[in-house]
Design a protein around this ligand. Structure first.
Ligand code: URA
Length: 428
């Protein structure tokens, strides 16, 4: 099919064949179609949607646009993927934790998308850290250290690498079929035995409601199961950022705190619970009850094993360990104090994500460089009784003016006196 016919078919809501989608994904990966035609199709797909058959075909076509990894015998292979949130550094904690707990974790992650952060951008705030490693090295590191983290590449889900970046720049992110194909093309290319999905719901998520989250979860679960992967999905709240630090380098700092057995409770709890799900799926006889797996993961965080595994992974990918104490720091730290007393729920996650993006923590254009030090450091946890004048957090920025402007948006987005919702809403 000619590319213009392929675009007009979607524009007019007509279904295309599996072969058409395979040809499209392969041309996207090879650069055979220019950005403007790919973007036109993305907008048509966003507006008209994809049928279930088209979503499955696009997912498999995107997976097959690169190599599907073939592993030898060894520990069970597992991975988790989040649908995108604000302050969501769970992958950075979970990957070394799961490896230290007895799994192989070949994690292919993404960059920031819309107002949400990206694991690769966070990792790149570590001096020297290489997240573009070649397949052979990636597989070697997973076999040796139990964990490696990389991005989509010329060899691994290359169609997603291009579509992901174009969706980010064309306001076509929040589409269930496109999210589904993006996530699963990477995860199926890893060829893992077990997957855990963290489906974010709430203001700072792409899925705003539990109904939308459940629909996305069902689509992800159905395709994963059809591809022979064991899977569990969690619906988790994203009305407020996870943890106290949002922004690339700040989130790496918080990761280190949690890996040292410290840090905020919500990041620790979710990292442990999602890792426990992987362990229970991999070793059902050893971990028949959630409490057994949760208790074991907690011990591995507290005894330093997960931290040691993180250091091993970072060093193996060129990251400078001594750089941890000298992760990029913003020149300006601007205090925000409460302008009233009351029960403070926190900062609305969508607004905060957009503020961090505007400070340089995310992108508006494909070629935009990230400012790794920009972000928001909360001093008081969400869900606390506050006195007027109490300092709640700090904006980390390049200059005083952008910090001040960010502070106005953040204050405006404070939420007060609302009931607190549980972090984990549903397990599917
Ligand atoms: N994560 C992905 O990899 N892709 C999406 O579209 C959303 C979250």
């Amino acid at each position: 099919m000619q590319i213009t016919d392929f675009i007009s078919a979607k524009r007019d809501g007509r279904e295309v064949t599996r072969q058409d989608l395979y040809d499209f994904a392969s041309s996207v990966a090879s650069g055979g179609i220019p950005d403007y035609q790919v973007s036109a199709w993305l907008m048509a797909a966003y507006l008209k949607g994809l049928s279930t058959a088209e979503t499955i075909s696009l997912t498999l076509a995107m997976r097959d646009s690169g190599t599907v990894l073939e592993w030898g015998d060894g520990l069970p292979l597992a991975d988790k993927h989040s649908t995108g949130g604000v302050g969501d550094k769970i992958s950075l904690v979970l990957a070394p934790l799961a490896a230290a707990a007895g799994l192989r974790i070949p994690m292919i992650s993404g960059r920031s998308l819309g107002h949400t952060g990206g694991t690769l951008d966070k990792l790149e705030s570590i001096p020297g850290m290489n997240v573009n490693i070649h397949i052979e090295q990636f597989m070697r590191l997973v076999e040796k250290n139990g964990v490696a983290m990389t991005g989509q590449s010329d060899d691994l889900a290359p169609a997603d690498r291009r579509l992901y970046a174009l969706r980010d720049a064309t306001a076509t992110v929040t589409s269930i079929p496109l999210i589904c194909a993006s996530i699963l093309s990477k995860k199926l290319a890893e060829n893992t035995d077990i997957l855990v999905f963290d489906i974010k719901i709430g203001s700072g998520a792409f899925m705003k409601t539990e109904e939308q989250g459940t629909e996305l979860a069902s689509a992800l679960i159905d395709i994963a199961k059809e591809s022979g992967v064991q899977v569990e999905a969690f619906l988790t709240g994203m009305d407020f950022p996870l943890g106290l630090k949002t922004g690339n380098a700040l989130e790496v700092k918080e990761t280190l705190e949690v890996l040292r057995g410290e840090g905020p409770q919500d990041v620790r709890e979710l990292s442990i619970r999602l890792t426990a799900s992987m362990l229970m799926q991999a070793y059902p006889e050893k971990y028949p009850r959630v409490t057994d797996a949760v208790e074991y993961c907690g011990r591995i965080l507290d005894n330093g094993n997960a931290f040691a595994r993180f250091i091993l992974m970072v060093e193996a990918q060129g990251g400078d360990i001594s750089g941890f104490e000298s992760l990029p720091e913003a020149p300006v730290k601007f205090e925000i104090a409460a302008e009233r007393s009351g029960f403070w729920n926190g900062v609305d996650a969508l607004v905060l994500g957009e503020v961090v993006r505007s400070l340089g923590g995310g992108r508006y254009r494909v070629d935009q460089k990230i400012n790794p030090s920009a972000g928001w450091e909360q001093i008081i946890p969400c869900g606390t009784d506050i006195r007027n004048g109490e300092v709640l957090g700090l904006v980390h920025a390049e200059d005083q003016e952008s910090a001040y402007n960010a502070s106005l948006s953040i204050i405006e987005a404070f939420v007060w006196d609302q009931p607190v919702q549980p972090l984990i809403r549903k397990v599917i």
